[in-house]
Structure formats: structure tokens, C-alpha cells
Design a protein around this ligand. Structure first.
Ligand code: MN3
Length: 211
């Protein structure tokens, strides 16, 4: 398990940079992980440097208790901590492409119950991911009532700040797709389904002790 408190470290990808080809290209993964996520890790550490009281808190604790953060560094901790959490989560729910990649188990059951079919769920997901204005993410979460919900977030805002439990997410910041897809966000979203890690998503759903 990587260390989950100060000093935060850049967690390696759980697969090769090229593992998501041809749907997400190697160069994008290198930049996205090493440069973008790397910068969030460095800036989060810099923000926490002068605050020993905060250095034993986990990333989840920092993001779930924003009001107790010192006002002068609150924005830096929230933005960069969100950037670390969101990217690690995003990379973790991707995997090398497989044939007929789709949800199963409890998650399939719940998606069918709420959206009718997986196909209908994907359509709704795409509409909402296209609708994210500017930079952000679209998440499938369990809300506080324990019901599946699609949730857009702006910039590096994160569902865990609201005690929502993330199941899957797509990063729709331009840096996540621009090199390969330029402005064709819709095509990136369509191809995303080839590399979703539904095993991990199912674990996210059924795990009750996730912080
Ligand atoms: Mn990103």
C-alpha cells in the first residue's frame, strides 16, 4: 500500500503506460500520470509542509474535513489533494482492454434497475460527460442514501468531500484526451468503455469500509 499521508508519493500506474492502447495513448498516459498527477503530489506536499498538525491526516481526512484546514492553505490543499485523489482513483478504475467489457454482479444489477440497460446507462453517462463545462470529471457514485447516481464535478472537486462513494470516473479535462482526440470528447468517452475496470468498480460498490 502506498503511503496515504504527508509526504505523499507519486503512486505508479497499476499497468504499463501503453496498456490502454489504442483507446488511450501512451504519450497521454505518460504526461497525465508523471507530469499532471506528479505536479499535484508536489504541490500538495508543499501546501502541507508548514503544518505538522495536518501531516498525519490521510488524503480522505483532509478532503472530508475542509473546514478545519487553515484558511491560507485550504484552497491549495483542496485543489491539489483533490487532484491526487481523483487521478489515483481514475487510473485505478482503468485496465487493459478486453472483449465485451461490461459490468457484472451487484453493479450490473443496480445499473439495470436504475437505467434499464447498460446501453441506456452509457448514453446517459455520455450526455452528462459531454455536458461537463470546462475541466472536470463525471462519476458514478453511491450517494448518501446508498443509491447509484451520476455526478459531475468541476476542476478537482471530489465526491468524497460530500461523503459520496465513487464507483467509476472519467477525467474530461482536455489533458486526458487532447493529444489523441483533440476536441472530440465524445469519441474519447465512447472508447473509455473498452478500458473500464469493472472488477475494481464492483469492489468499490460492495466494499463497505472504504474511507
Ligand atoms: Mn487529469
Amino acid at each position: 500500500m502506498p503511503k496515504n499521508y504527508y509526504r505523499f508519493e507519486l503512486v505508479p500506474l497499476p499497468y504499463d503506460y501503453s496498456a490502454l492502447e489504442p483507446y488511450i495513448d501512451t504519450e497521454t498516459m505518460q504526461l497525465h500520470h508523471d507530469k499532471h498527477l506528479g505536479a499535484y503530489v508536489d504541490k500538495l506536499n508543499a501546501a502541507l509542509e508548514g503544518y505538522p498538525r495536518l501531516q498525519s491526516l490521510s488524503l480522505e481526512q483532509l478532503l472530508q474535513n475542509q473546514r478545519m484546514l487553515p484558511p491560507v492553505v485550504r484552497r491549495d490543499i483542496v485543489n491539489n489533494g483533490g487532484g491526487v485523489y481523483n487521478h489515483n482513483f481514475f487510473f485505478e478504475v482503468l485496465r487493459p482492454p478486453i472483449e465485451n467489457n461490461r459490468p457484472f454482479g451487484q453493479l450490473e444489477f443496480n445499473i439495470d434497475r436504475i437505467y434499464g440497460t447498460f446501453e441506456e446507462f452509457k448514453e446517459r453517462f455520455k450526455e452528462m460527460a459531454l455536458d461537463v463545462f470546462g475541466s472536470g470529471y463525471l462519476w458514478l457514485v453511491l450517494n448518501r442514501r446508498g443509491v447509484l447516481e451520476l455526478m459531475p464535478t468541476a476542476n478537482q472537486d471530489t465526491p468524497i468531500a460530500y461523503r459520496y462513494k465513487p464507483i467509476i470516473t472519467i477525467d474530461v479535462w482536455e489533458h486526458a484526451y487532447y493529444l489523441k482526440y483533440q476536441n472530440r470528447r465524445g469519441e474519447y468517452i465512447d472508447n473509455y468503455w473498452n478500458v473500464v475496470n469493472w472488477q475494481k468498480a464492483e469492489e468499490n460498490l460492495v466494499q463497505t469500509d472504504r474511507k
